[in-house]
Design a protein around this ligand. Structure first.
Ligand SMILES: CC(C)(COP(=O)(O)OP(=O)(O)OC[C@H]1O[C@@H](n2cnc3c(N)ncnc32)[C@H](O)[C@@H]1OP(=O)(O)O)[C@@H](O)C(=O)NCCC(=O)NCCS
Length: 437
């Protein structure tokens, strides 16, 4: 196909109202809407703004259906419409009214036909280098826009290519980082970056963080993984971790078909306005002995099957006590205790999310508190102490000006992987894990 050298905006009278610009890689737009030009992706439409020469969004369906007011619409089979509200930046699905079989899609054949893999150019894989930072940032911003369509509590700023590029650069500049890109028809369509973390905790490892990968087509990820992982394996990095958007089911499936499995989940929810429950209060100095006593409960539980967590090297009781006292003196940290019959039976800890090394970058919602530690005594589990502590956590966080709460759990932890979703936490990122061989 010939490349398009320029597009210009012209009135019906023939006056040119916007300067001619070359569309990205000379691609041919399938439609023009209020916001810009639509380009055919593989299963989606890319919205591109000629004024700023940047991609603004991906529409969820491959067919442009209509645009009006502040809404853009697309559809797949057109038996349901995907509506994006530009002002509220939300997405919803609209079904046809009763008695109506489906929506009429604009028939823009042949240009609208989704490109089949056979018609696409061959994927070329290369090691990641500096020149790929900016296009990788664009890919990441597009991935994040789609992710926020599913979970609007994720941070908005990484929808912009400049902010996303900075996060890719952080990954790329991490000591020991390496990775690969996929290029098709001269355009970057996938990238993957990994870097090692502390070996005493994670073994001979490599981590692909939330900003460490994006791929227009999930299949391409498998090709570039082959290139990147060849080097990781040569370096002995056989424990491999990847943080993948939970809503990107095609991508999760691609990772699964690279032998990755689901290890850990990160969840988010808005903070509801709830009253402070009976039986829970903020921890005081008189609770320090009880808190020291409770502190091994979480790692002891996680050491059991089917988690088999190795846990951190155990600290001494004196070290734990010193840490508890330090946390109590910090007004930003909320230590809560639950009592039954005058005895402390459980505790939760809440901290600003900025203290977290896991909830970072694209996985760090704005204005969020992190529920960082939670355990009740085994003999009271199932009697309501955890629910009361959760409610007190919500009330404490609201009192402290938070609007959003995050937490995370091992998916093999049978209790917590059921408890947190039941308390309204929605998965944002999944940590996938592969151990070679
Ligand atoms: C996760 C944990 C903190 C929850 O605390 P808990 O004291 O067990 O919580 P509760 O007793 O309030 O609730 C547990 C379940 O019992 C149910 N329950 C509570 N009171 C009940 C009652 N009186 N009758 C029947 N069911 C009851 C709850 O509804 C809940 O089930 P659901 O999640 O399906 O709704 C606790 O189980 C724990 O310490 N687990 C081990 C450590 C751990 O995994 N920590 C979290 C790490 S991410």
């Amino acid at each position: 196909m010939r490349a398009l050298s320029a597009v210009e905006e012209v009135t019906l009278e023939g006056t040119i109202t916007a300067r001619p610009v070359r569309p990205p890689n000379g691609r041919w737009p399938v439609a023009a809407i209020d916001d810009g030009l639509l380009f055919q992706g593989e299963s989606k439409l890319d919205l591109w703004d000629p004024a700023t020469e940047s991609f603004l969004a991906q529409l969820p369906g491959p067919f442009p259906a209509a645009t009006w007011g502040n809404r853009v619409v697309s559809c797949v089979e057109c038996d349901e419409l995907y509506l994006i509200d530009r002002d509220a930046d939300t997405q919803r699905t609209v079904l046809p009214p009763d008695g109506v079989a489906g929506f009429l899609k604009l028939d823009c054949q042949p240009t609208c036909t989704p490109v089949s893999s056979a018609a696409m150019g061959r994927l070329e894989t290369r090691p990641f280098t500096d020149e790929f930072l900016a296009p990788a940032g664009e890919l990441l911003a597009a991935r994040h826009r789609e992710h926020r369509g599913a979970e609007p509590l994720l941070p908005a700023r990484y929808e912009r290519a400049a902010a996303a590029t900075k996060e890719v650069a952080v990954q790329w500049r991490t000591e020991g980082a390496s990775g690969a890109v996929g290029i098709r028809d001269g355009r970057l369509v996938a990238y993957l970056l990994g870097a090692p973390k502390d070996e005493s905790r994670w073994g001979p490892n490599v981590w692909v963080e939330s900003a460490g990968h994006a791929s227009e087509d999930p299949e391409d990820l498998r090709d570039i993984y082959a290139t990147a992982a060849g080097r990781w394996f040569e370096e002995g990095r056989v424990r491999q971790y990847a943080l993948v958007p939970a809503s990107a089911t095609g991508h999760v499936s691609a990772w699964f078909r690279l032998s990755f499995g689901l290890q850990h989940a990160i969840g988010v929810r808005e903070l509801p306005e709830v009253p402070w429950p009976d039986g829970v209060r903020s921890a005081e100095l008189r609770d320090v002995d009880a808190l020291v006593d409770l502190s091994p409960l979480l790692s002891e539980h996680q050491a059991q099957p089917p988690v088999f967590g190795i846990g951190l090297p155990r600290e001494t009781a004196a070290e734990i006590r010193a840490e508890i006292l330090e946390d109590m003196a910090n007004n930003e940290i909320g230590d809560l205790v639950a009592e039954q019959n005058g005895r402390v039976v459980g505790a939760f800890q809440n901290v600003p999310v900025e203290l977290s090394s896991m909830h970072t970058s694209l996985a760090r919602p704005e204005g969020a508190v992190l529920l960082s530690w939670a355990a009740t005594r085994p003999e009271v589990r199932g009697s309501g102490a955890g629910i009361a502590l959760t409610q007190a956590t919500f009330a404490w966080a609201r009192e402290h000006g938070y609007t959003t709460i995050v937490t995370d759990w091992r998916v093999t932890n049978l209790i917590s992987s059921r408890f947190w979703p039941a308390r309204g936490f929605r998965e944002t990122f999944l940590r996938l894990y592969r151990h070679i061989p």
